[in-house]
Design a protein around this ligand. Structure first.
Ligand SMILES: O=C(CO)[C@H](O)[C@H](O)COP(=O)(O)O
Ligand SMILES: [Fe+2]
Length: 253
């Protein structure tokens, strides 16, 4: 059994010339969260946008009134220096700051050696820091990263060091519209078996054709970019994704 479905359309596939409207419409169409992909051209070979754009779209979408509530900005930070941007993204309106494990532990986490003590951080410390800034914390792993690296944070005796969500990437991060990698699903199964109440997010290639496999594995937070923004009827796709997860998590619709 998994927690209830949370559907988080990725605005990477929205019309960037019309982003505010696209975001508020998607929430009206039934989305719970908005998945905001931040790419820096270093951690991934693509660039998206930074805090000023998040500020603008925030003004089109009401802040959630509760933890994990409707309108949560789920910021997927595909950036080489995750600690550096925590405060800026909090100020911009981010609710859930999801960094990559690989970036946090990388020796390239700081641009210059003088910076390194300030910017290098362990995943546990970074989660604590994100919580101290008043955001939910997520930790993401790329397809090649073993799930075992997450036990350290998930089993921390300190609540502030434990993530509120784990993101298992189902494509190589960097671009929307890629093919779903079913080969990573055993990681979701292993997480769900150990942590029945954990929010487990999957991201990349999710849509009506792949949701059943992800839901069977135990994922409950579903990111979908092209499947939602490219659909004739986005509301129908959002509801189909939700039903597929809830059928498994509650046993009924
Ligand atoms: O993090 C991402 C890419 O790195 C996106 O969130 C993801 O690819 C969503 O797009 P789609 O649903 O079209 O695959
Ligand atoms: Fe993403």
């Amino acid at each position: 059994m998994a927690p209830p479905a949370i559907i988080a359309p990725s605005i990477l596939s929205a019309d960037f010339a019309n982003l505010g409207e696209e975001c508020s419409r998607t929430i009206k169409q039934g989305a719970d969260w908005l998945h905001v992909d931040i790419m820096d051209g270093h951690f991934v070979p693509n660039l998206t946008f930074g805090p000023p754009v998040v500020v603008k779209i925030r003004s089109h979408v009401e802040k959630p009134t509760q933890r994990y509530g409707k309108g949560t900005f789920d910021c997927h930070m595909m950036i080489a220096e995750p600690k550096k941007w925590v405060k800026e993204f909090k100020k911009a309106g981010c609710d859930l700051y999801c960094f990559h494990y690989e970036a946090a532990i990388s020796s390239t986490a700081a641009e210059s050696p003088e910076d390194s003590s300030e910017l290098k951080t362990s995943p546990r410390e970074l989660i604590r820091y994100i919580h101290d800034q008043g955001m939910l914390a997520g930790i993401a792993i790329k397809p090649a990263t073993e799930v075992d690296v997450l036990w350290d944070v998930l089993d921390s005796p300190h609540e502030k060091e434990r993530p509120d969500m784990v993101l298992v990437m189902t494509v190589e991060p960097g671009f929307g519209g890629q093919k779903f990698m079913a080969s990573v699903l055993p990681k979701v199964e292993a997480l769900r078996e150990r942590y029945p109440d954990l929010n487990i997010e999957v991201d990349g290639g999710l849509g009506p054709g792949t949701i059943d496999q992800a839901a069977d594995a135990g994922a409950n937070v579903i990111v979908a970019g092209s499947a939602v923004f490219g659909a004739k009827d986005p509301a129908e796709v959002i509801s189909l994704l939700r039903d597929a997860v809830n059928k498994r998590s509650t046993g009924k619709l």
